[in-house]
Write a protein that binds this ligand. Structure first.
Ligand code: ATP
Length: 311
């Protein structure tokens, strides 16, 4: 019935907030002053799935961990549940993917951004007594790669921001969002299809090519390598109908210049991975949405994961 996605730096206090939110929701569910259907609140986290913090030490172990979280989330999305995904959820593409699945399941969504300064996260990580600390280098790396949620994008909104200094969570606002907020119907952009559309391969090729060209152009226009790039990716729709805006993406790159051949290699790998899904209708991460916007965001997520680690 509802999805609450928690996102924040490692050791920023996400589980602490998830516990507060769960408690506040359960209080309201038991209170006749808040009439409504009978719901259960389920928290999904690395801990409930027995994923150790060391899974984030490298991309080989991180990917299956994320896939496990995503499939647990899909299994739990149901009519009588409020699902709280208490995880790093630091990749924009991953939050987008959960949002698409939630819309497909016609559930209400909201995102909770748990904020703590890096220094505070390091302190809490060091003083942690539950044996669930991150390796210091992993913690720093995750903070560096963290993609902040934004209330300006539909997959992160409504967005509730909780600073580390706040004693409480905005329980009433969260309650309203997930019990009375708009249930967005699946649209052409988020509807997963049983079979890929016939132009899926073309979309894969053209969107990834456009994105690679936009990265190359942005790199040559910038004096410093790396950093965060905001790109407009032209799509076939925006090219043929100028009133349709290009897809806007933000991409965080490692501090070095990416060559066209490296980007081309990642593009080919991404296409190969997804070609299989054209025939199967899904990947290990679930059904595939073949819209140009979705492909662009997925490719951005793929590049951020793979380019950052291959340098
Ligand atoms: N607001 C807070 N005040 C005091 N200590 C806190 C606060 N938030 C978190 N901590 C401490 O930081 C540590 C990690 O907290 P928590 O598990 O909530 O963080 P997390 O973001 O869920 O971590 P992870 O990234 O490992 O999932 C715990 O030892 C906890 O006591």
């Amino acid at each position: 019935m509802s999805l609450i996605t928690i996102s924040g730096y490692p050791c920023a206090g996400k589980s602490h907030r998830a516990t507060q939110i769960k408690y506040s929701l359960e209080q309201r569910l038991a209170d006749p002053a808040y009439p409504g259907p009978s719901l259960t609140v389920t928290v999904l986290s690395d801990d409930t799935l027995n994923i150790p913090r060391s899974a984030y030490d490298d991309s080989r172990s991180e990917k299956p961990a994320r896939a496990a979280l995503f499939s647990a989330f899909q299994r739990h999305l149901g009519n009588n549940r409020i699902v709280i995904v208490d995880a790093l959820d630091y990749i924009k593409g991953f939050r987008y993917q959960m949002y698409c699945a939630a819309r497909e399941a016609k559930v209400r969504v909201c995102t909770v951004y748990v904020i703590a300064p890096p220094e505070q996260c390091r302190t809490w990580n060091t003083s942690r007594e539950d044996g669930r600390s991150y390796a210091p280098a992993t913690l720093d790396n995750l903070i560096q790669r963290y993609e902040e949620p934004s209330s300006m994008v539909r997959w992160d909104s409504p967005l509730f921001t909780i600073p580390w200094t706040d004693a409480d969570v905005p329980a009433d606002d969260i309650w309203r969002a997930i019990t009375h907020g708009l249930v967005k119907p699946p649209n052409t952009g988020t509807q997963a299809v049983a079979r890929a559309p016939t132009d899926a391969l073309h979309t894969l090729e053209s969107t990834t090519t456009a994105l690679v060209s936009a990265i190359v152009a942005a790199q040559s226009a910038s004096s410093l390598p790396g950093g965060t790039l905001s790109l407009d990716v032209p799509t076939s729709t925006s090219t043929s109908a100028p009133s349709t805006p290009p897809v806007k993406v933000t991409l965080t790159l490692p501090p070095r210049h990416l060559t066209l051949s490296e980007l081309g290699r990642h593009k080919r790998q991404f296409i190969t991975m997804h070609k299989r899904a054209i025939t199967l209708g899904s990947t290990e991460m679930g059904k595939v949405d073949w819209s140009e916007e979705s492909v662009a965001h997925k490719f951005v997520g793929y590049l951020e994961e793979n380019v950052g680690l291959s340098g």
